[in-house]
Design a protein around this ligand. Structure first.
Ligand code: ATP
Ligand code: MG
Length: 773
C-alpha cells in the first residue's frame, strides 16, 4: 500500500483522518475537495470499514469511476469493487430495482430519459385538446420536474390552492390534469423518469421504516461530492440515510452552485451545520490546479457577488501567463481564432489535443467551433447535447430492446409499432390509447387482447397488431438464452430495421448504419466486460439501465487525444491546461434569460467562476461584435464579466489579421510555426497590436461600438464595393472565384461565390475579405 496520506497537505489530511461523525468541507475550486473525498474512502477501508458499507455520490458516473480506480490503486481492486458509487440517479435506480414491488412497480421498470418524458408530455397535451402554444410541452414538463424535485406529488398539488392558483395565473389552469395524467401514464407503462428515481426513493424510505432501517445500516458511511448542487429531493435522501450513524461527509463550494434553475438549493450547504449535531467544518485554502493569475482573477470575479461565504483561495503555483482577451467580428471568426490558437500552442509547446478545452454557455455555439477545428484537422469531442443513445436510429433499436424487457413501455411502443412501416397508422395508435384508458390497461395489453376489446379497429389492422405482439414475444423468448449482443443482432434483422436503414444510401443513411454498428460494438464490450465480473447480472435490463443513465460525459471512447468541447455547466469538477471560454458577451454570458434578478445574475457569475477555474495554465476569453441569435444577426457587447476581472490579470490582444487567414491554408506546410512573424504582422489601421485593459470611458465606448457601419469602428472592414453576378473576385483565404448570386440588404447582404478551389460558398459581405479582380 502506498503512502497516500503524504499526497495531502495538513488541512486536507484532517477531514480524511476524521473517521466518524458529520463533517463538511467548504472550499474554493481546485483546493482538493475531490481528492480528499477519494482518499478518505481509502482511509476508511484501511481502518476496517467494509466497502459494502460505504456510499459515495458524485456528479457524473465518470467521476465515480475515476475515484474507484484511484482507490483501487491504494487498497486493491477486489475490495474497491464493492463500493457503492455513482450519481444519485444511478445509485438509487439500482436500489429501487430491488424494492420496486413495494411501490407497485415491476423490477424491470423502464427509465424514461428526458426525450421520452417530453414526448409523453407533448402527447398528453395533444390528447387533451389543449393549445400547444399556451401549453408548451417543454415548460410543462419542466414544471412537473420541479414539483417532483420538491416532493410535491399530484395529490399534494391538488391539496394546495396556491399552487393551482399560480398555474391559473400563468394561463395554464389545466396543468394539474396534465401532471396527473403524466404520472398515471408512466406508472401504467412501468416507467420512471429521472425525477422519479429520487422521488420514489424518498417515498420508499418514508413509507417503509424497515427499508429505511436496512439501508441506514447498509450505508454507514456516506460521502457526497459537489454538495452545493443537490436539490431538495436529493438532500432528503441523504438526510434520511445518514440519520442513524451520522457518518456523513459532504464537500462543496458555495461559489460553484450553478444548478438553481434545476432546483439545486444552496441552503443545503449553508444549513448543513444546523442539520446534524457536532458538525466539524473544514476549510481548504490552497489551490493546486491553477496559476496565480487564474486563481486571483477568479477571486476578483466572485468578489462581485453579495451572497457568498467568506473564503480564501491562494496558490503557491507560478504566476503563469495573463488571461488573453480577444475580440472578433463573428462566431465564424471566433472559431478560426480558437482553432488557430490551439494549433499554435500545440506546435510551439508540443502538446496533445487533450490539453485543450473549449467552453461555451449554450450548446448552439459549438457549431462554429466544430467547423473551424475540422478545417484544421484538429480532432475534438463534443460533450452534451444529444447523447449517442438519443440519436433516432439508436433509440429505435433500444426501443425494441426496452419492449423485450418491459412490454408495457408506452414510449417505446409508440416509436416502433410502425417503424419500419407495418401499416399501423396514427389513427389506430390513437384508438389504442383511448382503449388503454377505458380498460385501464397498458398499450401492449390492449394490443395483445385486440380481439377481445372494443376499439373500433378493422380486421386487417387487427392482424397487423397481432403480428407485432407475436414478434415482440418471440424476441422475449430469445432473451433467456442469448446475450445482449446476439439478441440485438437478431432483432434488427427480424424487425426489418436494418433493411429499412439500408434503403437510404445517402451519407446520412450510411452514418446511421455506422451508429448501429457502434451500438453493437458497445454491446460486445459490455458482454465481455460482464464475463470478467463474477457476480455480474449482465442482463439486457442492466445494459438498458446503463444506457438510460449514461450522461455523455460518461462515455469513454478509446481515442482520448481530442480537444474537449462542452457547456460550462458540464465542465464542473474537470480541469484542462489550456482553456478557451468563448462567447463572452452580454446576453449570452451572462445569459439574457438570467438577468432579471440579482440572484440570477449571481448564479451566472458563479458559472463564470466555475468556467475560469477549470484552467490550469492558460485561459482565453473571446467575444464577438456580432452574432446570429434566433436566426438574426445582432450586435454584441463584451460581457460585464470581462471587465469585472482585475486589470492586472488580463492581456487584451487584437483581432486576427489577414496573415492568420492565409496561414490557415498552409498549415500542413508548417514545419515549425514562426511565432515572431505572427506578432510582427502589421496591425490594421487604428488598431494597436496589443492594448492594455481599456479605461471605464473606453469600455463604455467599446460597448456602444457597432461593427463596420460606424466610422469610428477600428475593426477590419468587409467588402463595400459593388458586386453583380458574374463579377470576378479574389478572397484572402479562398482565392479566385465568380459571384453567382446576391441576397439580403445592408449589413445582411450576402454573396454566393463559386471559388475555383473551394467551390460554392456564401459570404456575408460585411465581413468578407474580397477584392474585385
Ligand atoms: P473543484 O472545486 O473544481 O471540484 P476540487 O476542490 O475538487 O476542485 P481537486 O480536483 O480535488 O479539487 O484538486 C484539484 C487539482 O489539484 C487536482 O489535479 C489534484 O490532483 C491536485 N491536488 C489536490 N491536492 C493536492 C496536493 N495536496 N498536492 C498536489 N496536488 C494536489
Ligand atoms: Mg471536485
Amino acid at each position: 500500500m502506498e503512502d497516500y496520506l503524504s499526497q495531502l497537505n495538513d488541512a486536507q489530511r484532517l477531514p480524511v483522518l476524521q473517521k466518524d461523525g458529520p463533517m463538511i468541507v467548504i472550499a474554493g475550486a481546485g483546493s482538493g475537495k475531490t481528492r480528499v473525498l477519494t482518499l478518505r474512502i481509502a482511509y476508511l477501508m484501511q481502518q476496517g470499514v467494509d466497502p459494502f458499507n460505504i456510499l459515495a455520490l458524485t456528479f457524473t458516473n465518470k467521476a465515480a469511476r475515476e475515484m474507484k480506480n484511484r482507490i483501487a490503486e491504494i487498497v486493491g481492486a477486489s475490495e474497491s469493487k464493492n463500493l457503492w458509487m455513482g450519481t444519485f440517479h444511478s445509485v438509487f435506480a439500482r436500489l429501487l430495482r430491488m424494492q420496486a414491488d413495494k411501490l407497485g412497480y415491476p423490477s424491470n421498470f423502464t427509465i424514461y430519459d428526458s426525450q421520452d418524458s417530453q414526448r409523453l408530455t407533448s402527447a398528453i397535451i395533444k390528447e387533451m385538446g389543449l393549445d400547444k402554444d399556451v401549453y408548451k410541452y417543454k415548460q410543462i414538463f419542466s414544471r412537473i420536474s420541479s414539483l417532483k424535485n420538491s416532493l410535491i406529488t399530484v395529490r399534494a398539488y391538488f391539496a394546495d390552492p396556491d399552487l393551482q392558483e399560480a398555474d391559473a395565473m400563468a394561463r395554464r389552469p389545466r396543468f394539474g390534469d396534465i401532471y396527473k395524467e403524466y404520472v398515471e401514464r408512466c406508472f401504467k407503462a412501468g416507467a420512471m423518469d429521472f425525477d422519479d428515481l429520487l422521488l420514489k426513493t424518498n417515498e420508499l424510505l418514508n413509507r417503509f421504516p424497515d427499508v429505511l432501517a436496512k439501508y441506514q445500516h447498509r450505508f454507514q458511511y456516506i460521502l457526497v461530492d459537489e454538495y452545493q448542487d443537490t436539490n431538495h429531493s436529493q438532500y432528503l435522501i441523504v438526510k434520511a440515510l445518514s440519520d442513524k450513524f451520522q457518518n456523513i461527509c459532504v464537500v462543496g463550494d458555495d461559489a460553484q452552485s450553478i444548478y438553481a434553475f434545476r432546483g439545486a438549493n444552496i441552503n443545503n450547504i449553508l444549513n448543513f451545520q444546523r442539520d446534524y449535531d457536532d458538525v466539524k467544518a473544514y476549510r481548504l485554502e490552497q489551490n493546486y490546479r491553477s496559476t496565480k493569475n487564474i486563481v486571483e482573477a477568479a477571486n476578483s470575479i466572485i468578489e462581485h457577488n453579495k451572497t457568498k461565504l467568506d473564503k480564501v483561495v491562494w496558490t503557491a503555483n507560478n504566476d503563469g501567463p495573463k488571461i488573453i482577451v480577444h475580440r472578433l467580428m463573428s462566431d465564424a471568426e471566433e472559431g478560426r481564432f480558437v482553432a488557430s490558437s490551439i494549433w499554435e500552442n500545440k506546435m510551439n509547446k508540443q502538446l496533445g489535443n487533450d490539453q485543450f478545452a473549449i467552453l461555451y454557455r449554450t450548446n448552439a455555439q459549438s457549431r462554429a467551433m466544430e467547423d473551424a477545428l475540422r478545417k484544421r484537422d484538429i480532432p475534438y469531442r463534443i460533450y452534451g447535447g444529444l447523447s449517442f443513445y438519443q440519436r433516432k436510429e439508436v433509440k429505435d433499436v433500444l426501443s425494441y430492446l426496452r419492449l423485450i424487457v418491459n412490454p408495457k413501455d408506452e414510449e417505446a411502443i409508440k416509436r416502433v409499432i410502425n417503424y419500419p412501416a407495418r401499416g399501423i397508422g396514427a389513427t389506430t395508435i390513437d384508438k389504442l390509447i383511448v382503449a388503454a384508458k377505458q380498460y385501464d390497461k397498458s398499450l401492449f395489453e390492449i394490443i395483445e387482447n385486440i380481439d377481445r376489446v372494443e376499439a373500433n379497429i378493422n380486421g386487417g389492422t387487427k392482424t397487423k397488431l397481432r403480428n407485432f405482439a407475436t414478434m415482440i414475444k418471440s424476441f422475449q423468448a430469445l432473451e433467456e438464452t442469448q446475450n445482449v449482443f446476439e439478441l440485438t443482432e437478431y432483432v434488427i434483422k427480424k424487425s426489418a430495421l436494418l433493411t429499412e436503414l439500408k434503403k437510404d444510401g445517402s451519407q446520412e443513411g450510411i452514418s446511421r448504419i455506422e451508429n448501429i454498428e457502434e451500438l453493437l460494438n458497445g454491446m460486445r464490450d459490455f458482454v465481455e466486460g460482464q464475463q470478467e465480473i463474477a457476480d455480474a447480472r449482465g442482463s439486457l435490463a442492466e445494459f438498458l439501465e446503463d444506457v438510460a443513465l449514461a450522461t455523455d460525459l460518461d462515455k469513454d471512447t478509446g481515442d482520448t487525444d481530442r480537444v474537449s468541447l462542452m457547456t460550462v455547466h458540464l465542465s464542473k469538477g474537470l480541469e484542462f491546461p489550456y482553456l478557451y471560454i468563448v462567447g463572452m458577451e452580454e446576453d449570452l454570458f451572462p445569459s439574457g434569460m438570467s438577468m432579471n434578478t440579482r440572484e440570477e445574475l449571481e448564479e451566472e457569475r458563479r458559472l463564470f467562476y466555475v468556467a475560469l477555474t477549470r484552467a490550469e495554465h492558460q485561459a482565453y476569453l473571446t467575444y464577438t461584435l456580432s452574432r446570429y441569435r434566433w436566426g438574426k444577426l445582432v450586435d454584441a457587447e463584451p460581457s460585464r464579466f470581462i471587465t469585472e476581472i482585475d486589470d492586472q490579470y488580463l492581456e487584451y490582444t487584437t483581432p486576427m489579421d489577414d496573415y492568420k487567414y492565409k496561414s490557415a491554408m498552409t498549415d500542413h506546410l508548417w514545419d515549425e510555426p514562426d511565432k515572431s512573424k505572427l506578432r510582427q504582422t502589421k496591425p490594421r489601421s487604428g488598431t494597436p497590436p496589443t492594448v492594455s485593459k481599456p479605461s471605464e470611458e473606453q469600455i463604455r465606448k467599446l460597448r456602444k461600438m457597432r461593427p463596420v457601419s460606424t466610422s469610428t469602428n477600428p475593426a477590419p472592414a468587409g467588402f463595400e464595393g459593388d458586386l453583380k453576378p458574374g463579377t470576378k473576385v479574389s478572397h484572402a483565404r479562398f482565392g479566385q472565384g465568380t459571384v453567382v448570386n446576391l441576397e439580403g440588404i445592408g449589413g445582411e447582404k450576402k454573396a454566393e461565390i463559386n471559388f475555383q478551389v473551394g467551390g460554392l460558398k456564401k459570404l456575408l459581405l460585411r465581413f468578407a475579405k474580397l477584392e474585385v479582380v
